[in-house]
Design a protein around this ligand. Structure first.
Ligand code: PRP
Length: 214
């Protein structure tokens, strides 16, 4: 397709977006407009390269990409798995590394071993369901929480949690531990399937340029 069409990026807000812009700068893609911290603008453009960027809440990034509102998205693998959208995952960007784990007090180990019907609290009910039902073949009750998930076992809302572990300090400080690993996580680049065809050359070049510097 013609170079006149803007290629649009949806980036997960916060540290992920910052790391992504740093990575893109290494392959010559920058966005001056984004540097202005006082700006209330939501969409940032690089006219010369015909690129647009916007920041979105992580879980919304795969939605924008599936519908083609963004051609490309950058978001954590946790969000990609949980949202389960029709997008192509094209690249592991290597940053934002952490693990999705089943965590709880040491005493909960037995409950996992014996396939008891336990309560599992998580911000990621889809990932938790897939892990327990499809991988472990264990029937569990899943309770959706929106944050501070470690509270679950502490206040006896749940037996265990399925949550992100990065340094492990939240677990340690609350007397909890990793009981099982669900999967490794990191930032990923996703692409809209139609964009992948229509903008194949530009997207392929972008991916190979990034691969070179990773
Ligand atoms: C995440 C995650 C854990 C914590 C893990 O929470 O849900 O609680 O970080 O990091 P650690 O292993 O380095 O301690 P976040 O800070 O995003 O907030 P939330 O609990 O509101 O989701």
């Amino acid at each position: 397709m013609s170079e006149d069409r803007y290629l649009t990026f949806a980036l997960g807000k916060g540290r992920l977006a910052k790391q992504t812009m740093e990575l893109l700068a290494r392959i010559g893609i920058t966005c001056e407009e984004m540097q202005d911290k006082n700006s209330r603008k939501l969409i940032f453009v690089n006219e010369e390269l015909k690129l647009r960027f916007f920041l979105a809440k992580g879980p919304d990034v795969p939605t924008y990409v599936e519908y083609g509102a963004a051609d490309i998205g950058v978001v954590g693998r946790d969000t990609i798995l949980e949202e389960d959208r029709n997008v192509y995952e094209v690249l592991d960007l290597g940053y934002g590394k952490c693990r999705m784990c089943v965590c709880g007090p040491a005493s909960a180990k037995e409950l996992l071993k014996h396939h008891e019907r336990i309560r599992v609290a998580s911000k990621y009910p889809g990932i938790a369901r897939d892990f327990f039902y499809n991988k472990k073949h264990q029937t569990v009750d899943i309770i959706k929480l929106n944050g501070s998930v470690e509270l679950g076992p502490l206040v006896e809302l749940s037996d265990v949690i399925v949550d992100i572990v990065e340094t492990g300090s939240t677990l340690r400080e609350n007397g909890l531990e990793v009981l099982e690993e669900v999967c490794p996580l990191s930032a990923r680049m996703i692409v809209n399937p139609v964009s992948m065809q229509m903008e194949n050359a530009r997207i392929k070049k972008l991916v190979s340029d990034i691969r070179r510097v990773l």
